[in-house]
Design a protein. Structure first.
Length: 258
């Protein structure tokens, strides 16, 4: 059975809006940067992958986009908040914040040290809190905004092999709901975007083998594979005025797995 080619929505309300994205140089983040740039948004993004980030910004800007990239270690909070302020001075206060950056490196619980556990929290959770702390005051002054924290279906499925990552990602949901309550009275909505098993280059290179493909085919309600672009489409919706009464919720894009 053949399926018709998708026709995606456009979001003219995002044109010239300021958007900040963490982890935007590759994978899901890259797809998100491209999607917002295509809508005419002013996109600021950070990543440790400096070469990839610079190349993406150069490509998009040469095509007429308004994109600013800075290399950033999101676990260095003082420096990270400084970069957020720098990008804000270039493109204006963010009306949408996308806390996408994460690292799902597998680890054996028997070998985890205190330092390694703290590092999993730092790269998968802590930076989200302090990015919100940095952008929320201007959102309040501006009368509203959208904060999108990125979760994971991994802990929902009781996946093993990365307990530090799973603990951090499950905590994202609590972070979202608490901030949704604190910031909602200012017109700021806060949601969790929850990707399924997304076919990024990293996933394909490291973990998607024949057994994984069989598991995906068996577990998803929908045939096919979840792509980075599918996550980006949901991100556009959550950043747009179309989601103006959506807050404190999980938006799962996993092909119908959990």
């Amino acid at each position: 059975m053949t399926h018709p080619s998708p026709v995606f929505a456009r979001y003219p309300g995002l044109n010239d809006k300021s958007v900040f994205i963490s982890g935007g140089a590759t994978g899901i983040g890259e797809a998100i940067v491209r999607a917002f740039a295509a809508e005419g948004a002013r996109v600021g993004f950070v990543d440790l992958a400096e070469a990839e980030g610079n190349a993406l910004a150069e490509e998009l800007n040469s095509a007429g986009a308004k994109v600013t990239f800075r290399r950033s270690d999101i676990t260095d909070i003082a420096a990270y908040q400084g970069i957020i302020r720098e990008i804000e001075s270039i493109q204006g206060p963010a009306t949408a914040l996308l806390n996408n950056a994460a690292n799902d490196t597998r680890h054996d619980w028997r070998e985890v040290t205190l330092e390694y556990f703290d590092a999993r929290i730092a790269v998968n959770l802590r930076h989200m809190f302090f990015a919100i702390q940095a952008v929320a005051p201007a959102m309040i002054t501006g009368g509203g905004g959208s904060i999108i924290n990125f979760g994971s279906v991994g802990w929902m499925m009781a996946s093993g092999g990365y307990p530090g990552y799973a603990a951090a990602k499950s905590a994202v949901h609590g972070l979202t709901r608490s901030f949704a309550r604190d910031l909602g009275k200012h017109g700021i909505r806060v949601n969790t975007l929850v990707p399924g098993w997304v076919m990024t280059k990293r996933q394909l290179d490291l973990w998607v083998d024949d057994a994984a493909n069989e598991l995906i085919d068996r577990s998803q309600c929908l045939s096919g594979r979840v792509l980075p672009e599918d996550i980006a489409r949901m991100a556009l919706f959550l950043a747009s005025d179309d989601s103006k009464m959506c807050s404190a919720q999980n938006f799962i894009v996993d092909g119908g797995w959990v």
